[in-house]
Ligand binder design. Structure first.
Ligand code: CA
Ligand code: CA
Ligand code: CA
Length: 422
């Protein structure tokens, strides 16, 4: 049996230091306003002139184009009466921070998993004695996140695409997806970790699936919505180009509806991909659901915790709730939660080669993405819409009744219920 190299605190600290250095070296925009990411709209002739003057990062046609400009250029654009200028908003990852308000257990980095099939895997497989997972072959899961450590023992060989959408001087860099945050590696592991060839690693839901690691969030965990929209469209185009079934998994969100991301999700859904996104961590108040999960064409995922209430798993307090006006009908409207999955105290792969236990609807989302890949792999003739119907059907088989707002049937806390393997 191969012995693993142990990664200590010193190395972790070193890599944290490197990340600060690297963010400058890779040309990521600093938070101080030395530059502005803007979307520019207006008549074609005026836009063409502006494209020539300022360059183009993403061109979304009639919806405008984006670019990065300096303070002086930004002022000039604001003074241009023929163009409509807006700053591009940022979107955040949706991990729950362990604060006094959110007592979610401890962050614990370990060199080996405490359990190769953690509670979320046992729950979604409906098998407390499970020792290994299976399935997902032929399906791609595009994880749009902080990047992924694709050479982690438990992910090695699964990374098929690795692309960076966060670099300043190029909207997409092929072969680069370094995770200096941990969030993206964690999410990828829950979706498709394969337990490692040394037999010591952790399992995700669909270990046979291939990973498209799309870095859309910087090391601090936020990303521009134009880059996210561009990555969603790219995943859809790659699905078509390669003839692949693709699940787009987004453990990110914001309270506002972004038009670039919304139309990219519609585009990807119409190209046949399944789009899965976190509900957000702003619960337990009603109508706190975030976008893109809140979009009709994205499956919004709520987080369950490993606690039984009213005879079912319980929706975590932090999990964002949907719209009370449109729940109960088993029909997905904008701002409805759709499906629940394990999202609290989830152990998975970490960016330093180790394992970490963290919480959030971020962690629930890849359980559903992995399940979707596993089901699709066994039903390759299905469309994304058929796959989504099957997820909904399975969710109805396990009605969630625990947690604030959760009741019998479709509810604004848990959606249709907890979709499982069996
Ligand atoms: Ca939705
Ligand atoms: Ca509804
Ligand atoms: Ca329910």
């Amino acid at each position: 049996m191969k012995k693993r190299k142990k990664f200590g605190a010193a190395l972790l600290a070193l890599s944290m230091g490197l990340s600060l250095f690297a963010s400058g070296a890779y040309g990521q925009a600093p938070d101080s306003k030395e530059s502005y990411r803007v979307i520019i709209k207006g008549p074609s002739s005026e836009k063409e002139k502006a494209k020539h003057d300022y360059g183009v990062r993403w061109d979304f046609g009639a919806e405008g184009f984006t670019t990065e400009v300096n303070v002086k250029q930004y002022q000039a654009l604001l003074n241009n009466k023929n163009l409509d200028i807006e700053e591009v908003p940022k979107v955040q990852l949706v991990r729950v921070e362990n604060t006094s308000q959110n007592k979610i257990g401890t962050t614990a980095i370990t060199s080996l998993p405490n359990d190769r099939t953690p509670w979320g895997i046992q729950a979604i497989y409906n098998d407390p004695a499970i020792t290994a997972t299976s399935g997902g072959a032929g399906i791609k899961i595009a994880v749009l996140d902080t990047g992924v450590y694709i050479n982690h023992y438990d992910l090695r060989g699964s990374g098929e695409q690795c692309k960076d959408f966060t670099q300043l001087f190029s909207s997409m860099v092929n072969g680069s997806c370094t995770d200096r945050n941990g969030h993206g590696t964690h999410v990828a592991g829950t979706a498709l970790a394969h337990g490692a060839s040394d037999g010591l690693g952790i399992y995700g839901v669909a270990p046979g699936a291939k990973l498209w690691a799309y870095k859309v969030l910087t090391d601090s965990g936020s990303g521009y919505s134009d880059d996210i929209a561009g990555a969603i469209r790219h995943a859809a185009d790659e699905a078509v180009r390669t003839g692949s079934k693709v699940v787009i998994s987004m453990s990110l969100g914001s309270s506002g509806k972004d038009t670039m991301i919304a139309s990219a999700v519609d585009y990807a859904y119409n190209k046949g991909t399944l789009v899965v996104a976190a509900a957000g961590n702003d619960g337990y108040t009603a109508n706190t659901i975030g976008y893109p999960g809140a979009l009709v064409n994205a499956v919004a995922v709520a987080a369950l915790e490993n606690v039984q209430q009213n005879g079912t798993y319980r929706v975590a307090d932090f999990s964002s709730r949907g719209n009370t006006a449109t729940d109960g009908d088993f029909i997905i409207h904008e701002r409805d939660v759709e499906i629940s999955a394990p999202g609290r105290d989830i152990q998975s792969t970490w960016y330093d080669g180790n394992y970490n236990t963290i919480s959030g609807t971020s962690m629930a989302t890849p359980h559903v993405s992995g399940l979707a890949a596993k089901i699709w792999s066994s039903n390759l003739s299905w469309t994304n819409k058929q796959l989504r119907s099957e997820l909904q059907r399975r969710a109805k088989l396990y009605d969630i009744k625990g947690g604030y707002g959760s009741t019998t049937g479709d509810d604004y806390a848990s959606g249709f219920g907890f979709a499982r393997v069996k």
